[in-house]
Write a protein that binds this ligand. Sequence first.
Ligand SMILES: Nc1ncnc2c1ncn2[C@@H]1O[C@H](COP(=O)(O)OP(=O)(O)OP(=O)(O)O)[C@@H](O)[C@H]1O
Length: 351
Amino acid sequence: MAIAEESAAIGLQGLRKSFGEVRAVDGIELDVAEGEFFSLLGPSGSGKTTVLRLVAGFETPSGGTIRLAGEDVTRRAPFERDVTTVFQDYALFPHMNVEQNVGYGLKVRGVPRREQAERVRAALASVRLEDFGGRRPGQLSGGQRQRVALARALVVRPRVLLLDEPLGALDLKLREQMQVELKELQREVGITFVLVTHDQTEALVLSDRVAVMNAGRVEQVGTPRELYEGPASAFVASFVGTSNTLTGSAAELLVGKPGTFGVRPEKIRLLDPGAEHDRVDHSEVRGTVADAVYLGDSTRVVVDTDAGVRFVVVRQNTGPDDDAADAPAPPGARVLLRWHRRHNVPLHQPS
Ligand SMILES: Nc1ncnc2c1ncn2[C@@H]1O[C@H](COP(=O)(O)OP(=O)(O)OP(=O)(O)O)[C@@H](O)[C@H]1O
């Protein structure tokens, strides 16, 4: 067996799962490294949860193999796999207090009482809930319940922690706070985390690497920067951040060659329509502002270009340098859009 395979915490080869006619997972090859924070990102129905359930052993694959730390576990029961799962609804036992909830997994594994108590204390400390051991889940906030669920999963010291939209039930502010905590916790415990999310910001903020899923397949795997700067397909470009897509005659006109290209909104400058041309290194097009939304640190401007394509441009409002060259952009104004040619990222259209 190859060394790379042996050192991977999770290795998926040709993984497939059908539910009747539905190909929920349609041939996935994926390696997750030991200690990595890895996310499965994709729209609803793209197969993320099914991949997680296959890895955990809650579903049997229609084909392919699953390896954990190099070992083939495809046919093994969930309890024979060194993974734990945290679900969105936490599934805490309402009649048990926090300590009992966290200690439950140790109790059923027959861990000695004294060790149970020590490990529960340590797990609660790692999620900053030392003083909440006596409370029932009903007496906790959403964020606290979430942390209990994490402590309960970590206390059994799994090799891999699977998280299915664990922050999905929280409001935005708490969600952002818990993202930071989750990342810190992962660094502390050094366990491989695999997160399922449809929230691209969450995936980008948390992950070492992200697999973008679409219709049961992985479209691209990469670091957040790789996905954002070099999306391999139009789907990835539009799902990870916002992207302007140039295709057909617009691509020939603005990029100078046929194909499909993505341009990120923040790469484009908004200039006065009379600005001098600079077409050697740049793509340029004139247009009319359709909408401008002030967002505090930036303004999002929608422009109907003369190339027939609607563009989104993000203009920074604050910065270390005065951006006096950028024209103000009220709706109806004529503007010139200019961006460096290197920002025309080639995209593959789905076949
Ligand atoms: N037990 C099941 N029986 C039948 N179809 C299923 C089952 N589980 C999942 N599916 C189907 O498989 C596809 C993938 O579902 P899955 O839950 O993995 O997607 P997802 O990306 O996690 O979506 P979401 O973000 O909405 O949870 C969907 O079309 C879904 O309807």
